[in-house]
Design a protein around this ligand. Sequence first.
Ligand code: A2P
Length: 283
Amino acid sequence: MASAQDTFTLKNGVTMPCIGFGTYDTSDEDACRVVLDAIEVGYRLIDTAAIYKNEAGIGKAIATSGVSREELFITSKVWNTHRGYDKTMESFEASLERLGLTYIDLFLIHWPANEKQFGADAEQINADTWRALEDLYQADRVRAIGLSNFKPHHIEGLMKHAKIEPMVNQIEYYPGRMQAETLEYSLEQGMVVEAWSPLGRGKTLTNESIAAIGARYGKSNAQVCLRWLIQQGMLPLPKSGNIERMAQNLDVFDFELTPGEMEIITQQENPTGRFWDADEIDF
Ligand code: A2P
């Protein structure tokens, strides 16, 4: 990737921007202003979800941005309360309406149903949810479909039932919270892998080893973290409420980390002290 305007091509031929704007924890009231700023500084991929409760605000931004709908790439996700075929369909229609759109570019299953919560039914629940996404895709309601937070064994379970392969997996990934096996497996399956919380909720920003690397290039910790993700073949989804920092986070295509620097960043401890494991979640 040589610039923020570069794209990934999904396995169905659809292109998507190589970096996107995350909106987790952005209120509906703030979402319109924040997303208008993000679009102004050049983001074209906007990532939301039903559970973020900000789709209406984002919809207003899309409608008033002056950028054509075709230039934007909008992602949303079905939340855990709406797994299964019928509820996923309902959730999709509600997201679409809140966003004020006629189609969504990418629709994801937010979390896999796991055995801890659903026992032996987990695989079938995921298969039923996925069937809804397949039907939405085949009806041209969405341009691409994928997963979020799925580990390799969840993907394998899904593939036993799927007619259409997932095109994307969006996972938690930042220095100290790597999911190397999931990354490798998802890339091998031809998926684009998106990184959520790419700055560790901002906690990587005070890391001194990362700062020392950034100083060599005149780059901030945030920029180094994003670059580290890009060089691993990932699509980062940074968030910021500040227009300068939004722009800074797109300015990550004019330097290259060495293999040694990549390794130092990979060795950092988890700054948040926790991570979400899809096999352990109970929400
Ligand atoms: P702010 O909104 O004040 O810019 P993540 O994407 O991992 O969830 O991290 C988001 C956090 O990182 C937010 O708190 C955001 O704060 C902060 N942040 C995002 N980009 C930058 C940046 N370039 N420099 C400093 N802080 C940043």
